[in-house]
Design a protein. Sequence first.
Lengths: 334, 508
Amino acid sequence: MTETNAAAIGAKQAETPDARRRAMFWRVVDDYSLIGIFIVLFGVLSATVQYFFSWDNIVGLALSVSQIGMVACTMMFCLASRDFDLSVGSTVAFAGVCCAIVSNATGSVALGIAASLVAGALIGFVNGVVIAKLNINALITTLATMEIVRGLAFITSQGQAVGVTSEAFFTLGSAELFGLPVPVWVTLACFVVFGVLLNKTIYGRNTLAIGGNPDAARLAGVSVDRVRIAIFLIQGLVAALAGIILASRMTSGQPNAGQGFELNVISACVLGGVSLMGGRASISGVLVGVLIMGTVQNAMSLMNIDAFYQYLVRGTILLIAVLVDQLKNRRQSR
Amino acid sequence: MTDAPRLEFRHIGKTFPGVRALGDVSFAVRAGSVHGLLGENGAGKSTMMKILGGEYIPDEGEVAIDGQAKHFRKAADAIASGVAVIHQELQYVPELSVMENLLIGRLPTRFGLVDRRKALAWTREKLDALGVDLDPRAKLKQLSIGQRQMVEIVKAILRDAKILALDEPTSSLSHRETEVLFRLVRDLRAQGKAMIYISHRLDEIFELCDAATIFRDGRKVADFDTLEGVTRDQLVQRMVGREISDIFGYRPREHGKVRLAVQGVTGRAVPAPVSFEVKAGEIVGFFGLVGAGRSEVMRVIYGADRRTAGAVHVDGEAIKASHIRDSIQHGLVFCPEDRKEDGIIGVRSVSENINISARRNHLVAGLFVNDRNEAKVADTYIDRLRIRTPNRRQEIRLLSGGNQQKAVLSRWLAEKDLRVLIVDEPTRGIDVGAKNEIYNVLYELAERGVAVVVISSELPEVLGVSDRVVTMCRGRITAQFQRTEANEADVLAAALPEGASATPMRNT
């Protein structure tokens, strides 16, 4: 019960400047603790793990989290509106397969990309309509579309990886711009765009309002259904984009790609302080959440820790993050 | 028996980050008495109750029972010491029956299975002994709010509680249910229980309480060992710290042309067509019993529920059916009855809650939220409506009910072209001072030419603020009274179903 004691001491004389300073201190801790943890983690790993602090490794790290990062941006909206999306992993796989097949059939990479973006948006749209208009629980709906879309990926590819013949397609995943690979740039762009959307537009604020209280938001004039459908549609679109980039990096569309991807994305968001109860989210939190997940994984690989143990560590980190969040909330309301 | 009072609060202090909720509060409650707690919202009554119930740990002071200091660390400690706190939000399992809710955790078993017959007999016996008329097999969700509350009280008594605290128990009870509750409270007093009774309704305090303590701004401002000879005005004055001669403070004004015209509107919960008009600058009060269909009609007019027939016009312009945004565009807005469920967005800031709708008119480059302007708007209304909050960034769920209501009102005041304001039970669960402030907002709006509709189940309030009173019963408008011709008996008679006798609800 240390947090209660801390609160009691910190709050004893709220009117005194001393206590006000202490309240400020806690607010700063709440707001920046995650970033602090990341910096400490990064510093420790740089000092102790060989090869960790090198440009090549940092770029590799960024590249490895680029898909998760992109989709975490849209998943943040989904969670902020008190919804959930399990179908993104399947969408990633299906988009890759779809892009490869269409590219091969038409000989145009652009057409392939366009086709899988449309497919991703469509999957998201279906999710959104079923959830918003037919009032079916998001967990169940996206669990169903997760299975359906995974099935589609296997059916269209006949269970095989679909190799792409066009050279142009590979550059998407491997080309560099100012020293950074294209996927990293795309991910950074996602963070900027969705950060602005969340904080500076009616769409973002309404997303948070819906997550906070959907009924009140509706009575305040928010088009709840429309916003929810938009959230899922954009989510599908970005998941497809991640799928295309992943396929490009692997030089083929693979129907079993992105297994467990949705849970990694949700973990990163939760680690970044996005509330599963809706109404609370920050883009910087999600960025740090993604980076912590990626950094830990990267360091464990460098240290030659068996991949099986990485599951263990990831799960533990997530559990700790949720616990810390819980303690934080309790201190605020006691 | 010792002479120590059954329950004693000794120098209780409690601070939340940035807010001093309670400071040095002491008072005592005798066994066999009902002790009233009065004060505006945010005065500290509910915090006090949470400390009594073991939900909050006080920073200073202690609670003593029969002279013995107790330091509750959690709710179970309080229960073990014979304390039962019944909050406004009840805690029960809606899917289970009365019997199961009462026996939860200790159902009698036979061969490892629940012995329903034994449980039923036991429950019947206990309910009869308390004179509570409830079917033990009814599921909680099928009962009225009043009946659920009764179950909660019975549960407390069956746990051998000797101290019982009721926080605003009558706020959603019907007249009959209130009477049953009062009878039960008096019985319990006769049995020697010590009771704390929180209510904003002063007549209830006078009717029920033996003693009272008044809170203001987290401090005790007055103790009354007896309420004999104490006047209503004395209590109100101590509560608000200033004199409010007439809490309604009605101000007459001119009325203009018809602003809101409702013709033959029906909806799923509004079977019979409803028609009425409201003029610019006019305040129309809708009175009826709970379930008379007033809220349902207003929700259809606003577009929150589907409109199946009829027309709504604002200044002659037709409002699209079932389309909230079109209503808002035309300056027709609605403050719902249940603040917490339908009004506020709890985890968002006061500023967000105020700006959520009007921000669309202040976008930068047609796309980006104008934070500076929103801060200004929020601060303006926090100041003007005297919303008590540390700052505009505070999460609105942490404010008291009255201040939340003011923020929801501000949301619509911030609309640049407000024409029709419909408020549903705007002062439910709100203290006298905040009530007065909310009435003043309504008058100001009316003076600016806004057509105002007030739904209220409090007869004095309807008569006190309205220029015209419309009564509803069973989904139909039954009568209209101009302010000059409206009186309690007639209005009440018009609101009651035919055949029912028109006895005044409470002796105010």
